[in-house]
Design a protein around this ligand. Structure first.
Ligand SMILES: *Cc1c(COP(=O)(O)O)cnc(C)c1O
Length: 366
C-alpha cells in the first residue's frame, strides 16, 4: 500500500486565519457529513473512529461485566473499546458472501448467551474493506431481540446498501478518517447519532464532560475525544473528493477483476448482489482452490521482491492473543479468509502503469 498521502489536488490554505480556535471548522465538518449522510443523521466529529465506538458503547449503557457481540473478522479497534469498559466481547464468524457478520451465528450466539443467563447488551457489526454487510438480516435480529446496533463503517464511507449510505443503519454509526482510509483528516472519526440528544451527550463527553458553570465543574467522567480544528478543516476539503476517490477505488477493483477473472482458483472479492455498492476501500483476493505451488504468501513475497507492498487480510480477533479467552460462535469462515486471502495495493493514487506492474508481478507465478 502506498505511503503517499492522497490529498487529491487540494491547495488548502493552512494559514491560521483559516483555522479557528472556536468550533467553527468542526461544526462545518459535521454539517458537511450530515448533508452527505442525509436527514436524521447527526454527526459528532471526534479524534478517531475508535473514540466514536467507545462513546457509542457508553451511550448505550455498556458497563463492567456486560457482554457485547462483535464481528471477529475486523481490525482490533472494533472491539478494544469493549475492554475499555470492562465488558467482554463475544465474537461472531463471517458469512462467505460479504465476509461480514454471519446473521446465522449472530442469532445462535444471542440465544446461547440468553440461555446462559446473560443477554448481550450491544451488537457491533462491520462493513469490512467497504463491503456492506447483510444489513437487513442483522437489523431484523437486532429488532427481534431488542439489542441495539453499532455499525462500524470505519472503512465504508461511500458504500451503499439498497440506495442508503453505510453508517446510517445502526443505532449508532462510526466512520474513520485515519490516514489510510478512503479520505483522511490525518486522524479523526465521526459518530453518527439518530437524534440530537445523543449528539449533544456525545459532544459533552468528548469535551471532558464539563457541566454548565462559570468555573470548571464535572459530575461525570469525560474524555478528550474532540477532533482538532486543523483536522476538521482538512476534513471539509476532503469531503469534496469522497466520490472521486470511491470511483478511483472501484476502477482499481474492476481492473483487478478483469485480470483475475481469467485465473482459475483466484477469486477477487466483489459485491454478490447488484443492490449493494462497496467503495472497494481495499481490493482483496482469496485462493479458493489448490493451485500448484501457489499460496497467498508466495504472492505476497513475489510482490515484495518487485518492491510492491501487499498484506494478509485482517486476522480474526478470536485468534488474537489479546482475545484468546473470548467466546466465539462460528465455523471457520474467517479463519479460512485469513489463511487464503490477500489485500492488494488499492490507494486512490495508483496509476494504470502501477496496476500493470502489480499484475505483471503476479503473472510471473502463474
Ligand atoms: C480504522 C478502523 C477503525 C478505527 O478507526 P480509527 O480512526 O483508526 O480509530 C475501526 N474499525 C475498523 C474496521 C477500522 O478499519
Amino acid at each position: 500500500m502506498s505511503k503517499k498521502i492522497f490529498l487529491s489536488n487540494s491547495t488548502l490554505d493552512f494559514s491560521l486565519k483559516n483555522i479557528n480556535t472556536d468550533e467553527k471548522n468542526i461544526l462545518d465538518f459535521e454539517n458537511s457529513l450530515e448533508r452527505y449522510l442525509g436527514e436524521n443523521n447527526f454527526a459528532v466529529a471526534l479524534n478517531s473512529g475508535t473514540s466514536a465506538i467507545h462513546l457509542a458503547l457508553i451511550l448505550l449503557g455498556v458497563t463492567n461485566g456486560d457482554e457485547v457481540i462483535c464481528q471477529s473478522f475486523t481490525f482490533v479497534a472494533s472491539a478494544n473499546p469493549i475492554l475499555y469498559l470492562g465488558a467482554s466481547p463475544i465474537f461472531i464468524d463471517s458469512e462467505k458472501e460479504t465476509w461480514n457478520m454471519s446473521p446465522y451465528f449472530l442469532e445462535k450466539a444471542i440465544l446461547d448467551r440468553i440461555s446462559k443467563g446473560k443477554k448481550p447488551k450491544v451488537i457491533i457489526f462491520v462493513h469490512l474493506y467497504g463491503m456492506p454487510a447483510k444489513i437487513d438480516e442483522i437489523l431484523a435480529i437486532s429488532k427481534k431481540y431488542n439489542i441495539p446496533l453499532i455499525e462500524d463503517a470505519a472503512e465504508a464511507l461511500g458504500s451503499e446498501y439498497k440506495g442508503q449510505k453505510c453508517g446510517t443503519f445502526g443505532d449508532f454509526g462510526i466512520i474513520s478518517f485515519n490516514n489510510n482510509k478512503i479520505i483522511t483528516t490525518f486522524g479523526g472519526g465521526i459518530l453518527v447519532c439518530k437524534n440530537k440528544e445523543y449528539k449533544e451527550k456525545a459532544t459533552f463527553l468528548s469535551k471532558q464532560a464539563r457541566d454548565v458553570a462559570p468555573h470548571y465543574q464535572h459530575s461525570e467522567i469525560g474524555y478528550n475525544y474532540r477532533i482538532s480544528n486543523l483536522s476538521a478543516f482538512i476534513g471539509i476539503d476532503q469531503m469534496q473528493y469522497l466520490v472521486a476517490n470511491k470511483n478511483l477505488r472501484r476502477n482499481i477493483n474492476s481492473f483487478y477483476k478483469d485480470f483475475f477473472n481469467n485465473i482459475d482458483g483466484i477469486y477477487l472479492f466483489e459485491e454478490y448482489k447488484t443492490d449493494i455498492v462497496s467503495n472497494h476501500w481495499l481490493s482483496c483476493l482469496v485462493l479458493n482452490k489448490e493451485i500448484k505451488q501457489l499460496s497467498v504468501e508466495s504472492i505476497r513475497l513475489q510482490l515484495l521482491k518487485d518492491n510492491i507492498e501487499s498484506r494478509p487480510l485482517w486476522k480474526p480477533l478470536h485468534l488474537q492473543p489479546l482475545y484468546k479467552d473470548a467466546f466465539f460462535y462460528g465455523e471457520g469462515v474467517s479463519e479460512n479468509l485469513f489463511k487464503n486471502g490477500l489485500c492488494l495495493p488499492s490507494g486512490s493514487n495508483l496509476t494504470l502503469v502501477d496496476l500493470g506492474r502489480i499484475t505483471a508481478s503476479i503473472k510471473k507465478l502463474l
